[in-house]
Design a protein around this ligand. Structure first.
Ligand code: KIV
Ligand code: NA
Length: 277
């Protein structure tokens, strides 16, 4: 099979075929995402929260991203894989940004990197793209800088902030981004931006008019129970389902129902007799 590429997503935008992106952080998750038919897999820095128990994404490192990207790439068949650049891996200077983006591409083999920010990241996006690496933008609610935004809140509700989100969208496109994630922006603003841009918009909490949608793997499957944002829809009770499987195992070991002969290895009785003499 062929791996999807940027022209495929440009065509999907033109033909109004929704682009489906899902996060995945390891091999089995990526395999399930591929099997389900996801067009794009995001190895998000949300990994810090859903897989490492961190309280936010700030503590995620390049080392963590590299390891998770490599695991995902080993399962990749058709989906376009995007790796997040973690906090402070691209803000210090452009050389460092290129080097870190390059690590995700050269060592892990991802198809593109994603970084947060709009107008303030134009030169960084341009530098990475100039180095030959595809960049996905991420504007609206940017979790790595949520403190500056006053917390995890919808962006672009009043005219001033709506204009800022719109200008950020145009700026990342002009900087050379191949797509842009719109996180937590009003649906009508996301629709306007989607019409205005030639590159695909991928929404999360951004209504139904974006060119694509992205959700976190654990949120889709009901595996992350710490909190559930308004924009999340869960399609399975994963924690309940997996939990009852584990409880079954614990119960059967405790009451000696497992293992039985069926799961054990036999040997010739004469061998044991000889051994005991
Ligand atoms: O890290 C992540 O999962 C993301 C998506 C929510 C867009 O950046
Ligand atoms: Na992210």
């Amino acid at each position: 099979g062929k791996v999807l590429s940027i022209p495929d997503f440009m065509r999907m935008k033109q033909e109004k075929e929704p682009i489906v992106m899902v996060t995945a952080y390891n091999h089995w998750q990526a395999r399930l995402a591929e099997k389900a038919g996801a067009d794009m897999i995001l190895v998000g820095d949300s990994v810090g929260m859903v897989e490492h128990g961190l309280k936010d994404t700030l503590g995620v490192t390049m080392e963590m991203m590299l390891m998770h990207c490599k695991a995902v790439m080993r399962a990749r068949q058709r989906a376009f894989v995007v790796g997040d650049l973690p906090f402070l891996s691209y803000e210090v200077d452009e050389r460092e940004a290129i080097r870190n983006a390059g690590l995700l591409v050269k060592e892990a083999g991802v198809d593109a990197v994603k970084l947060e920010g709009g107008k303030n990241r134009v030169s960084t996006i341009r530098a990475i793209v100039d180095a030959g690496i595809a960049v996905v933008g991420h504007i609206g609610l940017t979790p790595q800088t949520a403190t500056l935004l006053g917390g995890y809140r919808v962006q672009g509700k009043d005219e001033q902030s709506a204009r800022r989100v719109l200008e950020d969208a145009i700026a990342v496109q002009e900087a050379g981004a191949c797509a842009v994630v719109l996180e937590c922006v009003p649906a009508s603003l996301a629709e306007f931006i989607t019409q205005k841009l030639s590159i695909p918009t991928i929404g999360i909490g951004a209504g139904s008019s974006c060119d694509g949608q992205v959700l976190v793997f654990h949120d889709i499957l009901g595996l992350f129970e710490t909190f559930k944002p308004k924009f999340v829809k869960s399609y399975a009770n994963g924690a309940e389902y997996l939990g009852s499987g584990l409880e079954g195992y614990v119960r059967e070991v405790k009451n000696k129902a497992f293992p039985t002969q069926e799961h054990s290895f036999a040997m010739d009785e004469k061998v044991m007799e000889a051994l005991k003499k």
